[in-house]
Design a protein around this ligand. Structure first.
Ligand code: UD1
Ligand code: PEP
Length: 438
């Protein structure tokens, strides 16, 4: 386990370029399994989860060439399905959440897809029913081995159908779309998730020859085709990373420019930060955040009632930024409720913030009330362990704003989703040191 040592209380300054989007990358990488032709992908983030998926694809027989920083070509013309039956696959497949999305493409192209219960953040129940119900609706046979938590679907030929998803699952929708593009006939997916990650996936699949309409909406109509071809694809900037840098700027009173953010794909994010008082200026495709020398003030609703920040499927506010919003609120002028509707264990990290001196009432596993200090009292440095990616980054932001030296253990959780974070933070003036563990 490696560790960060952070000397907090310093203002940062400069420009930071977001990495390519993690959650998009995990979908796009799985889609290379849908064709025997070459696919070139650019702006792939160099992070643990993505690298694990690339390694898994390699073991599946995909020919992979690194052509530059963040750029790779993939050619799945000789896929080794035997690997799916190996003990090694059971180990590799559970190393991350995104591996679940190899099932749809494998099922569609080769008639079978298997996966052990995938990993990812431990943030509450993360069921896969939506994925497998979708495959069953397309005509697949499903089996689940309870002993070794192993899922499997098989079908000679998938058949298009109408389906109403029980929830707008992000990876579930991606998985079903990747199966449906090669199904016979037309598939309609209603209550589809439509995050920019999915819009990007659908656009790429259409460039490969798929016929998907309704992209960006919650109803996707997919006319199946016989085969797909090669293409090129560039990942959008990671909107969760962008939100993390906005939170960092506010809480450390730093002047930061976040470059090339693809503003039009940020959805609610700028307005949610504005509601908690953070000034965000659009400069071309950059975000400029001035130093919040006088702090930031939470806006109440028009009728004077207390602001609630909650998550919802796109175009709602992403759950992946609520931990950061909550942390930034600890120094706001005013109070707010944070309501994490999707995940039931994601707010438990607030204990660490409370240890640091934050005023937070954890009302229940889903809701916390935060009463901001308005910088009249700074957070105190401490030693903590990162429980999941976003809580980890939130604690890192808290440590950078705190007086004194903090230690964060288990930073592999942060490295799962943030590329070279210590080096990039040092470049804008942060005092952060990585201590490699074993
Ligand atoms: C690899 C990847 O892309 N991971 C993202 C993906 O995970 P993932 O695709 O695993 O998450 P899902 O969209 O399936 O759902 C996440 C959780 O939210 C609940 N749920 C979902 C939809 C809904 O309408 N209502 C509801 O309550 C589900 O029951 C589940 O517990 O989407 C999540 C929700 O945006 C993000 O946090 C993850 O970062
Ligand atoms: C929950 C997340 O990731 P994953 O789904 O990969 O665990 C996240 O990125 O915040």
């Amino acid at each position: 386990m490696s560790t960060f040592k952070i000397e907090g209380g310093h203002q940062l300054k400069g420009k930071i370029q977001p990495q390519g989007a993690k959650n998009e990358a995990l979908q796009i990488l799985c889609a290379v399994l849908l064709t025997a032709e070459e696919i070139q992908i650019d702006n792939i983030p160099d992070i643990i989860d993505v690298n694990k998926l690339i390694a898994l694809l390699k073991k599946l027989g995909v020919k992979i060439n690194k052509t530059g920083k963040g750029s790779y070509t993939f050619k799945a013309d000789d896929v080794n399905l035997g690997y799916l039956e190996s003990a090694q696959f059971k180990e590799d497949g559970k190393g991350l959440r995104g591996s679940i999305m190899i099932v749809g493409p494998l099922l569609a192209r080769f008639g079978k897809g298997y996966i052990p219960k995938p990993g990812g953040d431990k943030i509450g129940r993360r069921r896969l029913d939506t994925h497998f119900q979708g495959f069953i609706d397309l005509g697949a046979k499903f089996r689940y081995n309870k002993e070794d938590l192993f899922y499997g679907v098989e079908a000679d030929q998938l058949k298009g159908t109408y389906m109403l998803l029980d929830e707008a699952s992000v990876t579930g929708t991606a998985n079903i779309v990747m199966a449906a593009v090669l199904a016979e006939g037309t598939t309609t997916i209603y209550n589809a998730a439509c995050e920019p990650y999915l819009q990007q996936l659908c656009k790429m699949l259409n460039r490969m020859g798929a016929k998907i309409s309704g992209v960006g909406s919650n109803m996707l109509i997919i006319e199946g085709v016989k085969s797909l071809g090669g293409t090129t694809h560039r990942m959008l900037p990671d909107m969760i990373e962008i939100g993390s840098w906005i939170g960092l700027a506010a809480m450390t009173k730093s002047e930061l420019t976040i470059t090339n953010v693809s503003w039009d794909d940020l959805g609610q994010m700028p307005s949610v930060f504005r509601k908690i008082g953070v000034t965000i200026e659009r400069q071309g495709d950059d975000i400029y955040i001035p130093a919040h020398i006088d702090g930031y003030e939470v806006q109440n609703y028009i009728d004077g009632s207390i602001l609630t920040v909650s998550d919802a499927p796109w175009p709602g506010f992403t759950p992946d930024l609520l931990s950061i919003i909550l942390t930034v609120l600890t120094q706001a002028r005013g109070e707010a409720i944070v309501h994490q509707k999707m995940f039931e264990s994601r707010l438990f990290f607030v204990d660490k913030l409370i240890d640091m001196g934050a005023k937070i009432i954890l009302c229940d596993p889903h809701r916390a009330t935060v009463i901001g200090h308005d910088f009249k009292s700074t957070l105190k440095a401490t030693t903590m362990t990162s429980p999941d990616i976003r809580a980890g980054v939130s604690l890192l932001i808290a440590a950078l704003s705190a007086k004194g030296t903090s230690t964060i253990h288990n930073i592999e959780q942060i490295d799962r989703g943030y590329e070279n974070i210590d080096e990039r933070l040092r470049a804008i003036g942060a005092k952060i040191e990585r201590i490699e563990g074993n």
